[in-house]
Design a protein around this ligand. Sequence first.
Ligand SMILES: [Zn+2]
Length: 386
Amino acid sequence: MSSPQTHIPPPVEAEVPRRPARGQLADGREILYFFDAPLDHGDFEPPGDPRHLPSRPPAAELRRDPLTGEWVSFAAHRQTRTHLPPADECPLCPSGDHRATEIPAGDYDVVVFENRFPSFGPGQRDQVLGDGLGDTFPAHGRCEVIAFGAVHGDSFGDLPLERARTVVDAWAQRTAELSVLPGVEQVFAFENRGAQIGVTLHHPHGQIYSYPYVTPRTLTQLEQARTHRARTGRNLMQDVLDFELAAVTRIVERSEHFTVFVPFAARMPIEVHVVPHRHVADLAGLTAAERADLAEVYLRLIRGVDALYPTPTPYIAAWFQAPVHHPDAGELRLHLQLTSPRRAEDKLKYLAGSEAAMGAFIGDVTPESTAARLRAALRLVKGSPA
Ligand SMILES: [Zn+2]
């Protein structure tokens, strides 16, 4: 059997995404400012944080479920976190004369800062996670919040193209930097949109988790990719992409560097994957041209999802990235999985007995019909100024 390294194509030119300006919040958390233009904003001095904040909570506790081998992080302090505050108490709005928020600047484009109520961290450390019954470990890692803009009521689809590009660059920069922290095994950038799926703040934002282990869904994908390689000698995601392109019916859109499709066995009423044409492990591995293309593709997809119904559709936009150290990591390709439980204008799919208890999904909508509806929705977006 060949080593997984032999499956990784030679790297395309390494291009470092734009550099952020770095500041610190009152309790020592790091905050980073990214700007739409110019690419390096050398003359911006991050303002200080005038607040008096309690010291940071200790790291959460990690426990392993012996029946499945899956890890659970217990962060008791998260019970007290901000939940659906009124707009004038939003912690992601810029600071003003009468109110200091999590973001000390009076205006911003894209900001990333360490979560005050993290599920992983604060602190990173290389540690061996044992499998003894009853063992507990500090949930090291890092959780960051990424705010997509200063305008409170916006959603991602409202952002101009240059802002979407800044967000993609910020994701790539964070992935590169977080992947080399001690003890970090996987970096996960995601956005939850809509109170129906647990969003606690109505300000356009996402999150970036750095896990101290490889997540269960990633482990499953690794095993499938490894088995496929052993059986066929080929990369699984490349074969999936070729299969979907040949089938045609589930393709939503295609750009120079990415294909958008509804997967053959979609689990959710709305499920869309965005896959790069080149085999690349994570957002940090994309070239500048690919990141520019991705910003356009992703923004159009979000606007297409927004055009499906007269009211905003809740969604989870999840960036699957190859883990940092796993021996089969070279088999995994960066991709987006966007899912929504919305199965009709006034109906949500709830994960009930079969899905929640057994992980066995029952589909309500065919993937082919979802793809057709998304294509039609994207035709409405076509004319909109990008
Ligand atoms: Zn706000």
